[in-house]
Design a protein around this ligand. Structure first.
Ligand code: ATP
Ligand code: MG
Length: 429
């Protein structure tokens, strides 16, 4: 008996579920390609310090969500909880962080030790996009638009884009002083979690989900009122441009994002359909990350989409897959090898060709072809094999009589003709 089970918070994705995942990934990758965003792949495992420095020790992610362990060489390693720090590390390490204008994406598993619930896992997947070396307001707009358009391409409706600005470091520290004074006075009215954050990461208190704390926070100083003229202007232009592009948004002054490295623009895309784990995409500007990690000052902006939540939002039309083009029924010693030869040839025509490997009776093989809803069928018995030929016909077709043809195994011209007039070739296969 097998008692093994997957670890809590991890999930097996089975073939039927993966049809949707693959369709979603394909649409995303196409859209990224069209936008000249290039892929980068970094290791899943990194030095723990990378995340402590990159994400910040006061954050929830670093202080309580990381999968950290010592390897056999006593080095502290961590399974990546997010992708931005690794991308920054890779660019700095390879001396390319200051190359102008790099648009990058990555997709893959992330690990956070959290309480598993709908839309929240311990191993989950993110698509991340980072525009490195981009400072302009237009780059903020372009990245928000890219996230928005990916979600539109996937047919997801009823999304809310929330934006905010965190200002620059000076704005933030001016605000933080005032906020800390206010927190000192109001400390006892806050929930315990928020109280704990006062010393560690006071800005995060703004992001609380505690209803009572939320109410009290309404009386707190607002970061918005501490923005310099320059920061404010930047933010106003962003709003203006989003309006021109007809991308609907709402302003959320409490949107602070969980990671320490953000400045200026912060945004999230949420959906009411997701329940309490509503955020499908989170992003923002992180102009100081590169220098914080030992690289040169390099402005950058990015976002990450949670793929599990995204899949929940995508409609069932993405669960459809391409059906088998040709099912090859074969029986007999000579027929089997001929069928194998033919299956390889058919796949070179960009067709899905499935070879029956069962050696079962013809009728059983026909049933299998039927079940698969194969568009056409090839039949090779030893009678055909001796003559070095096969019968090919459209399946489930009223005119099947007319469409049946006997073709010699060497007759590529006629085979191609038959395929081209009866099946659709798919170059993407
Ligand atoms: P949340 O507030 O939901 O914890 P977050 O601010 O920690 O999100 P980010 O670090 O911004 O999330 O990650 C970007 C996206 O990745 C989130 O918007 C969400 O869609 C997804 N995500 C984050 N953590 C998880 C998780 N544990 N399980 C599934 N998806 C997740
Ligand atoms: Mg989180």
């Amino acid at each position: 008996m097998n008692n093994f089970k997957n670890l809590r918070g991890t999930v097996d994705l089975l073939p039927d579920q993966l049809i949707k995942w693959q369709n979603v990934e394909k649409i995303i990758i196409q859209q990224l390609f069209r936008s000249s965003v290039k892929e980068i792949r970094t290791p899943i495992l990194e030095m723990t310090e990378l995340f402590m420095r990159g994400i910040g020790e006061g954050t929830d992610v670093v202080s309580k969500e990381m999968y950290t362990f010592l390897d056999r060489g006593e080095r502290s390693c961590t399974l990546r909880p997010e992708g931005t720090a690794s991308v920054a590390r890779a660019l700095i390490q390879h001396g390319i962080s200051t190359r102008p204008s790099q648009k990058l994406w990555y997709m893959g598993p992330m690990f956070r030790y959290e309480r598993p619930q709908a839309g929240r896992q311990r191993q989950f997947h993110q698509l991340g996009v980072e525009f490195v070396g981009y400072e302009s307001v237009s780059s903020d707009i372009e990245i928000i638009t890219l996230a928005w358009d990916i979600l539109q391409k996937l047919g997801i409706k009823e999304l809310n884009l929330e934006i905010n600005t965190l200002g620059d470091h000076i704005d933030r520290s001016n605000f933080q002083k005032a906020f800390l004074n206010w927190l000192e006075v109001n400390k006892n009215s806050l929930d315990l979690d928020s109280q704990r954050r006062i010393d560690k990461n006071p800005l995060r208190i703004l992001d609380t989900k505690n209803v009572q704390t939320k109410k009290i926070l309404k009386g707190a100083p607002r970061l918005f009122d501490f923005l310099s003229e320059k920061s404010l202007e930047r933010y106003l232009i962003i709003k203006e441009k989003l309006k021109i592009l007809k991308i609907p948004f709402i302003e959320n002054f409490n949107l602070v994002r969980g990671l320490d490295y953000y400045t200026h623009t912060a945004f999230e895309i949420t959906s009411g359909t997701l329940g309490s784990q509503a955020t499908v995409c989170g992003g923002g500007r992180y102009d100081s990350l590169m220098s914080q990690m030992g690289g040169a000052e390099t402005p950058a902006i990015g976002f990450a989409i949670g793929l599990e939540r995204l899949i929940i939002l995508c409609g069932s039309e993405l669960e459809e897959t391409r059906e088998t083009d040709i099912y090859i029924v074969n029986k007999g010693r000579h027929a089997e090898i001929l069928a194998m030869e033919l299956s390889r040839k058919l796949r070179n025509f960009d067709l899905i060709a499935e070879l029956d490997l069962s050696g079962a009776s013809f009728s059983k093989q026909f049933k299998k072809a039927n079940k698969l809803k194969s568009k056409s069928i090839v039949v090779i018995g030893d009678d055909e094999a001796v003559k070095n030929e096969f019968v090919i016909r459209l399946f489930n077709n009223d005119n099947s009589e007319n469409k049946e043809e006997t073709i010699s195994i060497e007759d590529n011209i006629n085979l191609e003709k038959w395929i081209k007039s009866n099946l659709i070739l798919d170059k993407n296969l």
